[in-house]
Ligand binder design. Sequence first.
Ligand code: NAD
Length: 296
Amino acid sequence: MSELISGKTISMQIKDELRSEVEQLKSRGIEPCLAVILVGEDAASAIYVRNKKKACSDLGIRSVGHDLPDTATQDELENLVQELNDDPAVHGILNQFPLPNGLNETRVIQKISPEKDVDGLHPLNAGMIAMGQPRFVSCTPYGVLQMLKRSNIDTSGKKAVVLGRSNLVGRPIATLLSSKGWDSTVTVCHSRTANLADVTSEADILIAAIGIPQYVTANMVKEGAVVIDVGINSIEDSSKKSGTRLVGDVSFEEVEAKASFITPVPGGVGPMTIAMLMVNTVNAARWQNGLPELQI
Ligand code: NAD
């Protein structure tokens, strides 16, 4: 039977640490502030934004919402980003994705000042990760690393297999795990990987970030592996009032019996993502005021 890595518990520890840090900053006249841009009416995005603002208010971080209609133009959106870049009271800027059709995410990502890019998506911040000098690490990869670290999982010299190569999740996790300090030997798998189960079965640490419900089955997992499930997928479940439930990319029940550590869905990587956004926002405020980064 495996040990559960609870993102709920670890994210609460991190938030407790941040709460006192925010108080200290405020006593020095620095109020960390996150600007959150939401364009359009996407229901899931509205929930994510609400949760991010709630996390800010729980920690004493100021959040300022900017809601634009789905008729907003690229210029209007980029002008707003520029205003926030120029506002010294705003330390972090987050644009909730996906954007409505017709708006270009890449251009928005590139418009956000790299110093305020708390989502860690700007090419400069992605490049700094690649060079082994991370500044803002995108929140989900950062959360995964914190789960490994705070569960005392030794990554050095271990074989890590990352399923998924997205810029948001898979690629940065793979780059970070192979970098100095983490020192894993990393294989990245994607939709064209041949003999996937042969590759995953070699993994001491298996990270699933593909977005296919319960895709990773026990036969794909080595006995005693550490399994981190990043996936969040909604599947039909007639036993639920809503008719659906959330599952990860891993078939939890069967893999749990084989793994040494495993993350649940929900309550795993999800809560960590928001906690790390808070860390990035506090660090943004610290750096912009000439202070060193937090030791998290
Ligand atoms: P994405 O669609 O951008 O990327 C999916 C990746 O999986 C691609 O690189 C693709 O090549 C790879 N892939 C697809 N089929 C595969 C297969 N059969 N075998 C191996 N690789 C395959 O998705 P993403 O943004 O990286 O997100 C991945 C999952 O993580 C989704 O379920 C998403 O909802 C979830 N997610 C969770 C959080 C969180 O906070 N927990 C944050 C971001 C994303």
